[in-house]
Design a protein around this ligand. Sequence first.
Ligand code: ADP
Ligand code: MG
Length: 726
Amino acid sequence: MPASQSLSAPQKALRKLGLVRDIDLALHLPLRYEDETRLVRLCDVQDGQSAQFEAEVVSSDLSYRPRRQLVVVVRDGEETCTLRFFNAYPSMQKLMAVGQRVRLRGEVRGGFMGRTMMHPVVQAAGGELPAALTPVYPTSAGLPQAYLRRAVQGGLSRCLRTGALDETLPADALPKGTWPLSRALQFLHNPAPDVALATLEDRSHPAWQRLKAEELLTQQLSQWQSRQERLRLRAPALLPTGVAAQLPQQLLRALPFGLTAAQARVQAEIATDLSRHEPMHRLLQGDVGSGKTVVAALAAAHCIAAGWQCALMAPTEILAEQHFRKLIGWLEPLLDPLGLEVAWLTGSHKKKTREAMLALIANGRAALVVGTHAVIQEQVQFRALALAIIDEQHRFGVAQRLALRHKLQPSADVHQLGAAEPHLLMMSATPIPRTLAMSYYADLDVSTLDELPPGRTPVVTKVVSEARRDEVIERIRTQVAQGRQVYWVCPLIEESEALDLRNATETHARLTEALQASSPAALAGARPQDTDRSTREESAEMPKPGIEVGLLHSRLPEAEKKAIMARFVAGEMSVLVSTTVIEVGVDVPNASLMVIEHAERFGLSQLHQLRGRVGRGAAASACVLLYSLGEHGRLSDTARERLRAMVDTQDGFEIARRDLEIRGPGELLGARQSGVPMLRFADLEHDSLLLEWARRLAPRMGAEYPNLVQQHLHRWLGGKSDYLKA
Ligand code: ADP
Ligand code: MG
């Protein structure tokens, strides 16, 4: 391979697109095609159509008004057309000298002054016409189509010569009528002009079907393989023993409620995994409020009962604290008599405290270790870590899981027991649509809490224009007068000129002012105008006229955030204005109203998460989605769709399905951050039959044709297969 300094600019651009090997080039497929195989008459072209025709130049002038441009008029029979070029080179003027015949390709526009073409492709008339449609490839700056086309054709023909496209699928696995890959690729790079273009565009053509099948199979095979590799690793089989053996039963007895059927089922699935030697990689998904924390607590108890340590992680410190407080509240009283402790790893600990915690973790006294992802991933030495529980992690890219696993290797003495791997339980409140789970997460086991604990009140969702802000503030006043609490969520914390969003600080100031002012409407609503003595006494017990409004955003110091959260949780603060730091995990059953400002700017899953913060108590709850029309005076279609979905349903699975429809899997998985190799050709929604086929085939192929599997994965993934070993 030549050193990169000696590469030309287009060669570098090819490399940047990942087009390194011949096979990469052969698998780089056109976005669309242009038909240069035919010439039409100008009189047959409709306005607005793209066409290729030949014509004679009747005039050619450089004009300087309104700006410098070359204006050329051509004639084909009776029809004329004006061509305009803003960058005119002398060679173009020569090509289009008066009297020359030229071949033109581009869009023909109609107009008051006659038909025009802007920057058409021009060449001398009379050249040979290509026999196949001209492919247009996805490309990048510095990589002209013509260069890319030659490179792809070169790669393809070398692949055909060297047998790099030979069949890798077992003959008995090929559905009838399947095209061989070599034929499919030859066709897609050079389709015959008589093909029904629609079948190429919607990718229903057999050639496309073959590519999609290959791609989906690659995904399934690589995930199958990573699962096999994981199953060869050894984790401790967690069976109750010693002093803490009764912990799970004790915990169940101590809980203030019984498990739902879904919780009991999922808890049993996890317990079965934990008692095996194969490291668990399980995703626990359940809608907001479905009670994942109890399940996590039971898993932790199971681990500790076997004499091992369990680590609990949340994305932020405030969430770790908020979210695990309950769990710790349940477990700590049970651990204490056993001489076991809970260790907190937070960034805000003093050095001395932190060292004490680390010592507890290293000697095993700390049975439960709680912190953020980041803190735990630092060099923390566990004596005997057997289970890592990661909460509210929305993105479980394979690469992320890989990194996490490396960081959680227990200390050397446990290594010697031959059990080097911790079990992994990931919890997500963003349910994963079935198609995604079947494809991108095929190497994970998934448990689903599909039932909410009893006693939930549905949340009424309203979409309200920003213009009715005052009414919303009135509503807050009424809620607070009834002793309820309110969240107000803003999308940004500082004024951004570009986005012109009202920032949280400003909102906080305005709300404080509005709510602290005496409130005739609310007071009138709460107490009739009445001078009766008893009523006045009652009024003395009404909440203070000054309603406390707190402000929480991500730039506040951690300690201050916690203090504010604590006041809100304790009910000392009625209204909490916040950026999305409260998005996940917070549990304040007394909060009955959530206002989301600029709701049109939030993603669907995010809105759903936020809404899940209310409706946790017995009181009727509401979520107000405040929207404002952008500079165009209207909501975008996707924003409208999202807001509608929020009003339509409260089912997290339905929301996730719609979110997938609106955003596509890349956005949903956070592909860029997680390093998930995305599907390029297949589409989970439309190709579910192919997905099923690939899912069934992968394990059989893995077992019966290991060589073909390697060949297939090498073809499609080349060096990228590192990702697949999580
Ligand atoms: P999430 O799945 O969003 O993490 P949580 O675990 O925070 O949900 O649970 C939400 C609320 O429901 C908590 O207050 C929790 O104590 C309560 N809860 C959980 N399971 C049950 C149950 N089986 N019966 C009654 N309440 C429950
Ligand atoms: Mg939770």
